[in-house]
Design a protein around this ligand. Structure first.
Ligand code: TRP
Length: 344
């Protein structure tokens, strides 16, 4: 069996960047019966930069689960759980903080970039919690003995830091933790409607999996095309056109070749090209929207899936922390009746 662990911060609905970047890969991974997959809804991590907005985090826990279920993540094959309901993660975070220096956290490229982006929230001095979130992410992974961690490129420095923590821990306390490996979930990077190299919820340039047909059409009509193309018969440059970028994701290969040729020859109008794209996106996500519709009307089922997944995850974390605490000599009274360990 291979233990796979990954997660998302519940700070907004998932968009087509997530779909091509990670969700498709997860659906594929769940087909292999040798994969044991855990997906964490990282609400505690979301609070590190949304501590002043708990309602947003709470609401998005359920939204993200509905997004997962809508794209076909199967709760019978995958354990979906809520981070804050696993107290062992918080415990491990405290233990691992002894093994990480502040300088090392400040050097983490992902943390560095994010701090620069969050000046509005943090001003000149970042919180202890945010600076330390790589430690809590190492706890997320090791609480479940995660071996394979499918992530996007931006997450690689966090997995590297987790590996360092694991090595240091094992050096001091014995070979207890598994050193995880990151695998890139996908090479596909989806650009924003505005031409930004990244599609992001905070950038306002995303097409969401939950967008209605109308919204998808409106968004596609507003997408950035080759700015030098003013008249319909101007020669176009598909390489700088977002509509062409999305055609490559949603349109049959043969048609894409044709679109490219016609655009370059000035034989294809942008409006028609956008309409065709909108139709294809709407088609691709038809069943996703239908499933979302179903779950929105069966929220009790969503909650049940989340609760059952979280219970399964709780059992797993409990098993693992026992060994970890033993190795740290924190196994007081473990010789006494196992069902009656004092907890003061
Ligand atoms: N930091 C990840 C993100 O922002 C989410 C996450 C939390 C995660 N815990 C994790 C990813 C553990 C992989 C493993 O996307």
């Amino acid at each position: 069996m291979k233990r796979i662990l990954t997660g998302d911060r519940p700070t907004g609905n998932l968009h087509i960047g997530h779909y091509f970047g990670s969700l498709k890969k997860r659906v594929e991974l769940q087909k292999d019966p040798n994969n044991e997959i855990f997906i964490e809804i990282a609400d505690v991590q979301a609070l590190t930069d949304n501590f002043n907005n708990p309602e947003k985090v709470r609401k998005n826990v359920r939204e993200v689960v509905i997004d997962y279920l809508s794209v076909g993540i199967d709760p019978n094959k995958v354990t979906i759980f809520i981070q804050s309901m696993i107290p062992e993660i918080a415990e491990l975070t405290v233990f691992y903080s002894n093994l990480v220096t502040i300088a090392r956290l400040e050097r983490n490229p992902t943390v560095k970039t994010e701090i620069a982006q969050k000046r509005d929230l943090f001003g000149e001095s970042v919180t202890y919690g945010f600076l330390g979130y790589p430690i809590s992410q190492a706890a997320d992974i090791t609480a479940f003995n995660g071996e394979i961690i499918p992530v996007g490129e931006d997450q690689l420095p966090l997995i590297e830091q987790c590996r360092e923590i694991v090595r240091k821990f094992n050096n001091i306390y014995g070979e207890v933790l598994t050193e995880p490996v990151a695998v890139l979930s996908s090479a596909t990077r989806v650009k924003g409607l505005d031409g930004n190299s990244k599609m992001g919820k905070s950038l306002g340039n995303a097409i969401y999996l939950c967008d209605s047909e109308d919204t998808i059409t409106k968004k596609v009509m507003s997408a950035i095309t080759d700015p030098n193309r003013i008249k319909k018969d101007d020669y176009g440059n598909p390489d700088i056109c977002m509509v062409y970028h999305y055609h490559q994701l949603f349109t049959d290969k043969k048609d894409v070749e044709n679109i490219c040729k016609e655009c370059k020859a000035g034989k294809r109008g942008c409006v028609a090209c956008k309409k065709e794209l909108a139709k294809n996106i709407i088609n691709e996500f038809k069943t996703v929207r239908e499933k979302r519709d179903y779950y929105e009307n069966h929220l009790d089922e969503v909650d049940k899936i989340l609760l059952e997944g979280t219970k399964r995850a709780q059992g797993e974390a409990k098993k693992n922390i026992k060994r970890i605490k033993e190795s740290m000599k924190l196994d007081y009274f473990s010789g006494s009746d196992k069902n009656d360990i004092p907890r003061l």
